[in-house]
Design a protein around this ligand. Structure first.
Ligand code: ADP
Length: 600
């Protein structure tokens, strides 16, 4: 590894501290102060102990016993005060720590959320993204704070360590040396196993996610019905157990090895330390040092060992933090590819319309092209339909049009302006799209519609008008609290709707949006024929001059379209009006006849 890279890695700790500071500056400051005081108080106590012992030893040869006794009392009182301060400090630290770490955890969640919104849709269709997200989530809530703690502990223990080493040096340099040598094996063990665990965790993220997925299947509400009917509970539960057991076994194997290595390292340390203790006791035995000194050195050695252990422990922990925090940055540093152009143009009031020129597209995770050489024009105010088999590329075409992805080849323009030159937010503002897998928000009915256009105040009038247009009005009217009824089953008093009813609510959301283009992907697939007819019979009036793109399998509903694009395997195979395509007798005509026969 180059030294530059090493320096860069070492600096990984700093951004984490910045995050902690941004999350809760006041609490963090108080926390640091408390930790520093906590570090100093034991030293004061130790010094007081030495003074007490010295005073007692002196009293043997002294005449003025009373003043000696008074001095002793003062020292004991001071010891009491310092002990009290320690207790207060400890409970204060607990409170401050709880408050501070909660603030940091919440802040980190909001940072993860912000990043999740920022990244492209593409990431959500890619398993590696979820691995990265999972690892980041594992680290985000506690790791930055741990770094802060470890740094403060290093400082705290360094103060104590330097004092103790100073004391021991005054006795014999060898004692101080033993202290350090004894600590080395433990540190080496820890560093080695940090690396092993880090690599293991990275390798196992996918497996952990599989287990989590199974757990989600077992407890998630949307799966409950099917899991019972197909009796899949035990199967999934066993699979979950197998995965977790495998992870447990592997982790245990590493942990056992680490335990043995640590044991050996500590046994070595103990032997070395024991020889140092023997040396000090021998010195006292020989009368070279006094009893007070014996206690002082003895304690200094003990505390020195503890402090050194803590310092080195914190350093090893920092090393580990430095490795693992990379998981968080990896996620935070994901670069969106769909970026705002340097000089974005506003979305025009369409005159010429939408044009696809030789557009091809391939998902990065596949080897096939989902769209091949698409050419089409849609004029403002036109109603067009995309028809074709499943997987023929209809939804992909819409995703490109809303710039959820950029074409691999070719270009899409609005009035001659490339989508990549338009303001991204403005562009998406001008489309109201309801995909087949639209969201059923577990909010009130009113909010479910209002979310279509949050620029509007959430007043009843506009929402009711949108609900009227989509047919949701009749559904909502019958709900116990009307527009204020909570929808879905997640929250108290939620009312579950049928799929067709949900579809009407989603459609109302699209109608509320006031966009230039409305895109509906199978918008009425779950509605009854009457409701569907209501939507499509008056469709042009319903959309009030908007340009409309419909994706549907029900060819009866696309008869009224100005243009119909028939797609097959990523290409457009036929274009025309219903009448033109029927006359042509191609794919569309055959499909239409098959469906019509069904109804007759
Ligand atoms: P349609 O809407 O006509 O049913 P799609 O546009 O959803 O078809 O899919 C077109 C092709 O692209 C299909 O072969 C499908 O498997 C593939 N595809 C769709 N979404 C993704 C994705 N996120 N990642 C990879 N391939 C995809």
């Amino acid at each position: 590894m180059t030294s530059l890279k090493k320096v860069k890695q070492a600096l990984r700790l700093l951004p984490a501290l910045r995050l902690v500071w941004q999350a809760a500056p006041n609490w963090t400051l108080v926390y640091i102060i408390v930790l520093v005081i906590q570090g100093i108080l034991p030293l004061v106590l130790l010094y007081l102990t030495k003074l007490i012992i010295d005073t007692i030893v002196e009293s043997v040869n002294i005449v003025d016993k009373i003043s000696n006794f008074q001095q002793l009392i003062t020292l004991i009182a001071l010891t009491g005060l310092v002990t009290l301060a320690t207790v207060i400090c400890n409970s204060g630290a607990e409170l401050v720590n709880t408050a501070q770490s909660r603030r940091v955890a919440d802040y980190m969640s909001s940072i993860l959320h912000a990043k999740s919104i920022e990244v492209d849709l593409e990431y959500y269709e890619n398993p590696q993204y979820f691995d990265t997200l999972q690892r980041a989530q594992n680290e985000a809530t506690y790791r930055p704070n741990r770094i802060l703690n470890n740094l403060v502990w290093v400082a705290q223990n360094l103060i104590s360590l330097v004092t103790m080493v100073g004391l021991l040096l005054s006795l014999h340099w060898g004692i101080a040396g033993v202290l350090f040598v004894a600590a080395i094996p433990t540190v080496l063990v820890r560093v080695k196993f940090s690396k092993i665990l880090y690599t293991w965790h990275r390798k196992k993220t996918a497996m952990e996610r599989q287990a989590e997925y199974l757990s989600w299947l077992l407890i998630g509400d949307i799966f409950a019905k099917e899991i019972r009917l197909f009796n899949l509970g035990t199967l999934f539960s066993q699979r979950f157990d197998r995965l977790r057991f495998q992870l447990y076994k592997e982790n245990l194997a590493i942990s056992s090895k680490r335990a043995v290595a640590t044991l050996i390292a500590q046994a070595l340390a103990t032997i070395l330390m024991l020889s140092a203790y023997t040396f000090i006791i021998y010195q006292a035995y020989q009368g070279i040092i006094r009893i007070g000194d014996l206690v002082l050195y003895y304690q200094a050695l003990q505390r020195g060992q503890d402090s050194l252990k803590s310092v080195l422990g914190s350093f090893s922990a920092l090393y580990e933090d430095n490795l693992f925090i990379a998981n968080l940055y990896e996620f935070l540093e994901l670069e969106p590819k769909i970026i705002q152009p340097a000089h974005p143009q506003p979305f025009p009031q369409m005159q010429d319309g939408i044009r696809f020129t030789n557009v091809s597209f391939q998902y990065s995770t596949t080897t096939r092209q989902a769209l091949k050489d698409i050419n089409l024009t849609i004029k403002p105010g036109e109603v067009v339909a995309l028809v074709g088999e499943n997987g023929s590329g209809k939804t992909t075409l819409i995703k490109l049009l809303c710039r959820l992805y950029d074409p691999t080849n070719g270009s899409i323009t609005i009035d001659g302006i490339d989508l990549r030159d338009l303001d991204v937010v403005d562009l998406r503002r001008q489309f109201s799209v309801i995909f087949q897998d639209y969201v059923k928000y577990n909010f009130t009915a009113q909010e479910n519609i209002w979310l279509g256009n949050t620029d509007l105040p959430p007043t009843q009038d506009s929402i009711a008008a949108a609900a009227q247009r989509s047919g949701a009005y009749d559904v909502i009217k019958r709900l116990p609290q009307g527009y204020d009824t909570m929808l879905g089953k997640w929250f108290d008093q939620g009312e579950e709707l049928s799929i067709g009813q949900w579809q009407k609510v989603a459609l109302a959301r699209a109608f509320l949006r006031n966009s230039q283009v409305i895109v509906l992907d199978e918008p009425t697939s779950a509605m009854d024929p009457k409701a569907e007819a209501e939507v499509f019979d008056g469709f042009r009036k319903l959309i009030k001059g908007q340009t409309a793109i419909l994706i549907t399998h029900r060819l009866a509903t696309v008869k009224m379209a100005d243009q119909i694009f028939v797609m097959d395997k990523g290409t457009i195979v036929e274009t025309g009006t219903h009448e033109e395509l029927m006359l042509r007798g191609g794919t569309y005509a055959i499909l239409f006849e098959t469906q019509a026969q069904h109804y007759r």
